[in-house]
Design a protein around this ligand. Sequence first.
Ligand code: ADP
Ligand code: ADP
Length: 233
Amino acid sequence: MIQFDNVHKAYRVNGRDIPALQATSLQIGAGEIFGLIGHSGAGKSTLLRLINRLEEPSGGRILIDGADATALDADGLRGLRRRIGMIFQHFNLLASKTVADNVALPLRLAGELPAAAIDARVAQLLARVGLGEHAHKYPAQLSGGQKQRVGIARALATEPKILLCDEATSALDPQTTAQVLQLLAEINRELQLTIVLITHEMDVIRRVCDRVAVMDGGAIVEQGAVADVFLHP
Ligand code: ADP
Ligand code: ADP
């Protein structure tokens, strides 16, 4: 589903290369929940953002579903992004739009469905994440957990096969974190969705991930089944 062959990345800042990801090879299977854990600056976000090409690799090859994601034209890139949803630590919702309009946005931008079909899909998505009653509220009227549910509904709008989660529970309290993780695990099963999630919390990895990669200094220093990488207490 997701394959990295010798992918590396350096950021060019003021004419100097700042290494962020050393040559990395990695395979994430369809339907897996794959965790990336490591300290701040370890390269987790860089690796995640290379998957949907929010970052350009400096070298190497990235295959998504067998197709080379490093050689896409603008159309190909739009198609790739539609097949890969993303959620964020601070939710990234538009404050001036209602919950329903936030979720509808990717569908309106894609421009493929008529308005009535978009409304129906948005209602279905909001019901699935437990926000059917909140469609006409604004983000500021919601709790953190509710905001992340909107983020999840928006990320799923275009029926992606991959969901990227960048510290998606780091701004939430433990109880809300558990609820959001449970929703992600349910969606993973129902939709055979592949999930790649970044966290700095071991507990998040233990609760939902099948496999994990530990990152340090721009490299994967260990990876495998969660039970093999971390001894359970
Ligand atoms: P993590 O997600 O594990 O905190 P990042 O992938 O964000 O790690 O960062 C890896 C390294 O790359 C860090 O040294 C960081 O400062 C650097 N970095 C990340 N993004 C940029 C950027 N846009 N420009 C320059 N350096 C960056
Ligand atoms: P995160 O909490 O995901 O690690 P950061 O606060 O590290 O996020 O980064 C937020 C944004 O700043 C990202 O877009 C990242 O690419 C960029 N960034 C991170 N480190 C640097 C850096 N050293 N120089 C420039 N941009 C950076």
